[in-house]
Design a protein around this ligand. Structure first.
Ligand code: CO
Ligand code: ZN
Length: 329
Protein backbone atom coordinates (compact mmCIF):
# COMPACT_ATOMS: atom_id res chain seq x y z
CA UNK A 1 0.00 0.00 0.00
CA UNK A 2 2.81 2.44 0.81
CA UNK A 3 4.37 2.05 -2.63
CA UNK A 4 1.03 2.79 -4.26
CA UNK A 5 0.50 5.83 -2.02
CA UNK A 6 3.94 7.08 -2.87
CA UNK A 7 3.39 6.68 -6.59
CA UNK A 8 -0.02 8.37 -6.53
CA UNK A 9 0.86 11.27 -4.23
CA UNK A 10 4.04 12.11 -6.09
CA UNK A 11 2.28 12.34 -9.45
CA UNK A 12 1.00 15.75 -10.47
CA UNK A 13 -2.69 16.41 -11.04
CA UNK A 14 -3.86 19.88 -10.17
CA UNK A 15 -7.62 20.38 -10.71
CA UNK A 16 -8.41 20.75 -14.40
CA UNK A 17 -5.03 19.25 -15.37
CA UNK A 18 -5.43 15.66 -14.26
CA UNK A 19 -3.91 13.94 -17.29
CA UNK A 20 -0.73 12.69 -15.64
CA UNK A 21 -2.41 11.19 -12.58
CA UNK A 22 -5.20 9.77 -14.75
CA UNK A 23 -2.65 7.87 -16.84
CA UNK A 24 -0.96 6.48 -13.75
CA UNK A 25 -4.28 5.27 -12.29
CA UNK A 26 -5.35 3.81 -15.63
CA UNK A 27 -2.14 1.79 -15.70
CA UNK A 28 -2.81 0.46 -12.16
CA UNK A 29 -6.29 -0.87 -12.96
CA UNK A 30 -5.78 -2.03 -16.54
CA UNK A 31 -7.14 -5.54 -17.06
CA UNK A 32 -8.85 -5.60 -13.65
CA UNK A 33 -12.23 -4.25 -14.83
CA UNK A 34 -14.51 -4.82 -17.82
CA UNK A 35 -14.29 -1.33 -19.27
CA UNK A 36 -12.32 1.88 -18.77
CA UNK A 37 -13.45 5.18 -20.25
CA UNK A 38 -12.63 8.85 -19.85
CA UNK A 39 -15.63 11.17 -20.06
CA UNK A 40 -15.88 14.67 -21.46
CA UNK A 41 -14.67 16.45 -18.32
CA UNK A 42 -11.86 13.94 -17.77
CA UNK A 43 -13.33 11.62 -15.13
CA UNK A 44 -11.80 8.15 -15.33
CA UNK A 45 -14.64 5.61 -15.17
CA UNK A 46 -13.85 1.93 -14.66
CA UNK A 47 -16.76 -0.48 -14.83
CA UNK A 48 -17.12 -3.97 -13.44
CA UNK A 49 -20.24 -5.34 -15.10
CA UNK A 50 -23.00 -7.23 -13.30
CA UNK A 51 -26.75 -7.78 -13.06
CA UNK A 52 -27.16 -6.56 -9.52
CA UNK A 53 -27.33 -3.04 -8.11
CA UNK A 54 -25.51 -0.18 -9.77
CA UNK A 55 -23.03 1.36 -7.36
CA UNK A 56 -20.86 4.38 -7.98
CA UNK A 57 -17.58 4.64 -6.08
CA UNK A 58 -15.88 8.02 -6.24
CA UNK A 59 -12.43 9.23 -5.31
CA UNK A 60 -11.16 12.53 -6.66
CA UNK A 61 -7.82 12.41 -8.41
CA UNK A 62 -7.24 16.17 -8.54
CA UNK A 63 -5.19 18.06 -5.98
CA UNK A 64 -4.93 21.70 -4.98
CA UNK A 65 -2.26 23.89 -6.54
CA UNK A 66 -1.51 27.28 -8.00
CA UNK A 67 -1.81 28.89 -11.44
CA UNK A 68 0.57 31.49 -12.87
CA UNK A 69 -1.30 34.75 -13.48
CA UNK A 70 1.37 37.43 -13.96
CA UNK A 71 5.14 37.63 -14.33
CA UNK A 72 6.95 40.84 -13.38
CA UNK A 73 9.98 42.38 -15.15
CA UNK A 74 12.34 40.61 -12.75
CA UNK A 75 10.88 37.20 -13.46
CA UNK A 76 8.87 36.69 -10.29
CA UNK A 77 5.64 34.79 -10.89
CA UNK A 78 2.37 35.85 -9.29
CA UNK A 79 -0.31 33.20 -8.94
CA UNK A 80 -3.87 32.40 -8.17
CA UNK A 81 -5.01 29.44 -6.08
CA UNK A 82 -6.58 26.35 -7.57
CA UNK A 83 -8.71 24.99 -4.76
CA UNK A 84 -8.32 25.72 -1.06
CA UNK A 85 -4.73 26.91 -0.83
CA UNK A 86 -3.89 28.38 2.56
CA UNK A 87 -1.40 31.27 2.54
CA UNK A 88 0.29 30.23 5.78
CA UNK A 89 0.78 26.63 4.65
CA UNK A 90 2.36 28.01 1.48
CA UNK A 91 5.17 30.03 3.06
CA UNK A 92 8.55 28.56 2.27
CA UNK A 93 7.17 25.73 0.15
CA UNK A 94 8.28 24.48 -3.22
CA UNK A 95 5.89 24.17 -6.15
CA UNK A 96 6.41 22.14 -9.30
CA UNK A 97 5.01 23.06 -12.71
CA UNK A 98 3.95 20.33 -15.12
CA UNK A 99 7.16 20.74 -17.15
CA UNK A 100 9.22 20.10 -14.02
CA UNK A 101 10.13 23.71 -13.21
CA UNK A 102 10.48 24.17 -9.46
CA UNK A 103 9.71 27.44 -7.74
CA UNK A 104 10.16 28.75 -4.20
CA UNK A 105 7.00 30.25 -2.76
CA UNK A 106 7.52 33.29 -0.55
CA UNK A 107 6.00 36.63 0.40
CA UNK A 108 6.82 40.30 -0.05
CA UNK A 109 9.24 41.43 2.65
CA UNK A 110 7.43 44.72 3.31
CA UNK A 111 4.59 43.01 5.10
CA UNK A 112 4.47 44.45 8.66
CA UNK A 113 2.15 41.87 10.11
CA UNK A 114 1.93 38.25 8.98
CA UNK A 115 -1.76 38.40 9.81
CA UNK A 116 -2.21 40.50 6.69
CA UNK A 117 -0.65 37.87 4.49
CA UNK A 118 -2.71 37.18 1.41
CA UNK A 119 -1.85 35.02 -1.58
CA UNK A 120 -1.77 38.23 -3.60
CA UNK A 121 1.25 39.31 -1.51
CA UNK A 122 3.10 36.14 -2.39
CA UNK A 123 5.11 35.10 -5.42
CA UNK A 124 6.95 32.16 -6.95
CA UNK A 125 10.71 32.52 -7.44
CA UNK A 126 11.94 30.29 -10.27
CA UNK A 127 15.48 31.63 -10.14
CA UNK A 128 15.59 33.79 -13.26
CA UNK A 129 16.09 37.54 -13.50
CA UNK A 130 13.84 38.66 -16.33
CA UNK A 131 10.34 38.19 -17.57
CA UNK A 132 11.71 36.88 -20.82
CA UNK A 133 13.69 34.14 -19.08
CA UNK A 134 10.74 33.29 -16.85
CA UNK A 135 8.41 32.85 -19.81
CA UNK A 136 10.70 30.17 -21.20
CA UNK A 137 9.87 28.09 -18.12
CA UNK A 138 6.40 29.16 -17.06
CA UNK A 139 3.50 30.37 -19.19
CA UNK A 140 0.51 32.36 -17.99
CA UNK A 141 -2.16 29.84 -16.99
CA UNK A 142 0.33 27.07 -16.22
CA UNK A 143 -0.41 25.17 -13.03
CA UNK A 144 1.92 23.86 -10.35
CA UNK A 145 1.39 21.46 -7.47
CA UNK A 146 3.03 21.72 -4.06
CA UNK A 147 6.10 19.58 -3.45
CA UNK A 148 5.93 17.27 -0.44
CA UNK A 149 7.59 13.87 -0.49
CA UNK A 150 5.86 10.77 0.76
CA UNK A 151 7.33 9.17 3.86
CA UNK A 152 6.25 6.36 6.14
CA UNK A 153 7.20 6.39 9.81
CA UNK A 154 5.71 3.61 11.89
CA UNK A 155 2.02 3.71 11.13
CA UNK A 156 1.87 7.24 9.73
CA UNK A 157 2.23 8.52 6.20
CA UNK A 158 3.24 12.13 5.55
CA UNK A 159 2.85 13.53 2.04
CA UNK A 160 1.34 16.13 -0.16
CA UNK A 161 -1.92 15.18 -1.90
CA UNK A 162 -3.08 12.46 0.48
CA UNK A 163 -6.23 14.48 -0.30
CA UNK A 164 -7.29 12.51 -2.19
CA UNK A 165 -4.71 10.14 -3.59
CA UNK A 166 -5.14 8.09 -0.39
CA UNK A 167 -8.77 7.68 -1.49
CA UNK A 168 -7.63 6.77 -5.00
CA UNK A 169 -5.28 4.17 -3.49
CA UNK A 170 -8.15 2.70 -1.48
CA UNK A 171 -10.31 2.37 -4.59
CA UNK A 172 -7.46 0.88 -6.67
CA UNK A 173 -6.66 -1.62 -3.94
CA UNK A 174 -10.35 -2.53 -3.69
CA UNK A 175 -10.52 -3.08 -7.46
CA UNK A 176 -7.51 -5.39 -7.24
CA UNK A 177 -8.95 -7.40 -4.36
CA UNK A 178 -12.67 -7.54 -5.11
CA UNK A 179 -14.27 -10.93 -4.70
CA UNK A 180 -17.03 -11.92 -7.14
CA UNK A 181 -20.23 -9.88 -6.85
CA UNK A 182 -23.33 -9.48 -8.98
CA UNK A 183 -23.40 -5.73 -8.37
CA UNK A 184 -22.42 -3.49 -11.25
CA UNK A 185 -19.74 -1.18 -9.97
CA UNK A 186 -18.61 2.10 -11.45
CA UNK A 187 -15.28 3.15 -10.01
CA UNK A 188 -14.92 6.83 -10.79
CA UNK A 189 -11.74 8.82 -10.32
CA UNK A 190 -13.23 12.28 -10.48
CA UNK A 191 -11.80 15.59 -11.65
CA UNK A 192 -12.06 19.09 -10.22
CA UNK A 193 -13.38 18.14 -6.79
CA UNK A 194 -11.28 20.87 -5.22
CA UNK A 195 -13.00 23.48 -7.38
CA UNK A 196 -16.51 22.51 -6.36
CA UNK A 197 -17.22 18.83 -6.92
CA UNK A 198 -17.49 19.36 -10.66
CA UNK A 199 -16.49 16.00 -12.11
CA UNK A 200 -18.59 13.98 -9.67
CA UNK A 201 -21.69 15.86 -10.71
CA UNK A 202 -21.46 14.98 -14.40
CA UNK A 203 -20.28 11.43 -13.69
CA UNK A 204 -23.28 10.67 -11.47
CA UNK A 205 -25.63 12.12 -14.08
CA UNK A 206 -24.34 9.68 -16.70
CA UNK A 207 -24.24 6.63 -14.43
CA UNK A 208 -27.51 7.15 -12.51
CA UNK A 209 -26.40 4.76 -9.76
CA UNK A 210 -28.63 3.10 -7.13
CA UNK A 211 -26.12 4.09 -4.47
CA UNK A 212 -22.87 6.03 -4.21
CA UNK A 213 -19.93 5.77 -1.86
CA UNK A 214 -17.07 8.27 -1.99
CA UNK A 215 -13.66 7.80 -0.43
CA UNK A 216 -11.91 10.99 0.63
CA UNK A 217 -9.96 12.42 3.54
CA UNK A 218 -11.52 14.29 6.43
CA UNK A 219 -10.18 16.63 9.09
CA UNK A 220 -9.38 15.43 12.60
CA UNK A 221 -9.68 16.85 16.09
CA UNK A 222 -6.59 15.25 17.57
CA UNK A 223 -3.81 17.85 17.27
CA UNK A 224 -2.75 20.49 19.87
CA UNK A 225 -5.54 23.02 20.39
CA UNK A 226 -7.44 21.81 17.34
CA UNK A 227 -11.13 22.50 16.83
CA UNK A 228 -13.48 20.10 18.53
CA UNK A 229 -14.11 17.12 16.33
CA UNK A 230 -14.55 13.47 17.20
CA UNK A 231 -12.42 12.06 14.36
CA UNK A 232 -8.94 10.85 15.30
CA UNK A 233 -6.08 9.44 13.24
CA UNK A 234 -5.62 5.73 13.80
CA UNK A 235 -9.12 5.06 15.16
CA UNK A 236 -10.39 3.60 11.89
CA UNK A 237 -12.00 4.94 8.75
CA UNK A 238 -14.85 7.36 9.44
CA UNK A 239 -18.41 6.98 8.23
CA UNK A 240 -19.53 10.38 7.01
CA UNK A 241 -22.68 11.71 8.64
CA UNK A 242 -22.51 15.18 7.16
CA UNK A 243 -20.35 17.93 5.77
CA UNK A 244 -21.26 21.24 4.25
CA UNK A 245 -22.41 19.67 1.00
CA UNK A 246 -24.49 16.72 2.20
CA UNK A 247 -26.40 14.98 4.94
CA UNK A 248 -25.59 11.40 4.08
CA UNK A 249 -28.41 9.03 3.25
CA UNK A 250 -29.37 6.74 6.18
CA UNK A 251 -29.27 3.74 3.85
CA UNK A 252 -25.58 4.33 3.10
CA UNK A 253 -24.72 5.04 6.72
CA UNK A 254 -26.39 1.76 7.76
CA UNK A 255 -24.64 -0.16 4.99
CA UNK A 256 -21.24 1.14 6.08
CA UNK A 257 -21.96 0.52 9.78
CA UNK A 258 -23.15 -3.02 9.21
CA UNK A 259 -20.22 -3.77 6.94
CA UNK A 260 -17.69 -2.45 9.47
CA UNK A 261 -19.28 -4.54 12.22
CA UNK A 262 -19.34 -7.62 10.05
CA UNK A 263 -15.64 -7.48 9.23
CA UNK A 264 -14.82 -6.31 12.72
CA UNK A 265 -12.75 -3.19 11.98
CA UNK A 266 -12.68 -0.04 14.12
CA UNK A 267 -14.73 2.85 12.74
CA UNK A 268 -15.82 6.31 13.80
CA UNK A 269 -18.33 8.93 12.73
CA UNK A 270 -17.50 12.08 10.83
CA UNK A 271 -19.42 15.30 11.26
CA UNK A 272 -17.42 17.80 9.26
CA UNK A 273 -18.35 21.42 9.81
CA UNK A 274 -16.22 22.86 7.04
CA UNK A 275 -15.81 21.76 3.45
CA UNK A 276 -17.72 19.64 0.99
CA UNK A 277 -16.94 16.49 -0.93
CA UNK A 278 -17.99 14.51 -4.00
CA UNK A 279 -21.12 12.92 -2.49
CA UNK A 280 -22.43 16.45 -2.07
CA UNK A 281 -22.70 16.70 -5.85
CA UNK A 282 -23.63 13.08 -6.48
CA UNK A 283 -26.65 12.93 -4.17
CA UNK A 284 -28.44 15.77 -5.95
CA UNK A 285 -27.63 14.55 -9.45
CA UNK A 286 -29.61 12.16 -11.70
CA UNK A 287 -32.89 12.54 -9.81
CA UNK A 288 -31.20 11.93 -6.46
CA UNK A 289 -28.76 9.23 -5.38
CA UNK A 290 -28.46 7.75 -1.87
CA UNK A 291 -24.90 8.77 -1.08
CA UNK A 292 -22.34 8.55 1.66
CA UNK A 293 -18.63 8.31 2.23
CA UNK A 294 -15.80 6.46 3.84
CA UNK A 295 -13.44 9.12 5.16
CA UNK A 296 -9.77 8.75 5.92
CA UNK A 297 -8.78 10.80 8.97
CA UNK A 298 -6.04 13.19 7.87
CA UNK A 299 -4.18 15.95 9.69
CA UNK A 300 -3.10 19.21 8.04
CA UNK A 301 -5.32 18.74 4.97
CA UNK A 302 -4.33 21.04 2.08
CA UNK A 303 -0.74 21.34 3.21
CA UNK A 304 2.39 19.61 1.85
CA UNK A 305 2.56 17.54 5.06
CA UNK A 306 -0.83 15.89 5.12
CA UNK A 307 -0.63 13.09 7.68
CA UNK A 308 -2.71 9.92 7.85
CA UNK A 309 -2.48 6.43 9.36
CA UNK A 310 -1.72 3.45 7.17
CA UNK A 311 -4.03 1.18 9.18
CA UNK A 312 -6.98 3.55 8.61
CA UNK A 313 -6.30 3.45 4.88
CA UNK A 314 -6.03 -0.34 4.85
CA UNK A 315 -9.23 -0.72 6.86
CA UNK A 316 -10.98 1.67 4.46
CA UNK A 317 -10.19 -0.80 1.66
CA UNK A 318 -11.76 -3.66 3.62
CA UNK A 319 -14.80 -1.57 4.45
CA UNK A 320 -15.29 -0.52 0.84
CA UNK A 321 -15.02 -4.09 -0.45
CA UNK A 322 -17.47 -5.46 2.12
CA UNK A 323 -19.99 -2.66 1.44
CA UNK A 324 -19.84 -3.14 -2.33
CA UNK A 325 -20.41 -6.87 -1.99
CA UNK A 326 -23.16 -6.76 0.60
CA UNK A 327 -25.37 -4.01 -0.86
CA UNK A 328 -28.58 -5.49 -2.19
CA UNK A 329 -31.00 -2.58 -2.21
CO1 CO B 1 -9.31 18.75 -0.68
ZN1 ZN C 1 -10.53 15.70 -0.98
Amino acid sequence: MFDLLKKLTQTTGVSGNEEEIRNVIKEEIKGKVDQITVDTLGNLIAVKKGNGKKIMVAAHMDEIGVMATFIDDNGFVRFSSIGGVNQYNSIGQKVRFNNGTIGALHYEQKLDDLKNLKLSKMYIDIGVDSKEEALKLVGIGDVACFVGDCVKQGNIIISKALDDRSGCAVVIDAINNMPKTENEIYYVFTVQEELGLRGAKTAAYQIKPDLAIAVDVTLTGDTPNSHLMEVKCGKGPAIKIKDRSIICHPKVKKLLENSAKKINIPYQYEVLEAGGSDPGAIHISAGGVPSGAISIPCRYVHSPVETACLTDIENAVKLLIESLCSFSG
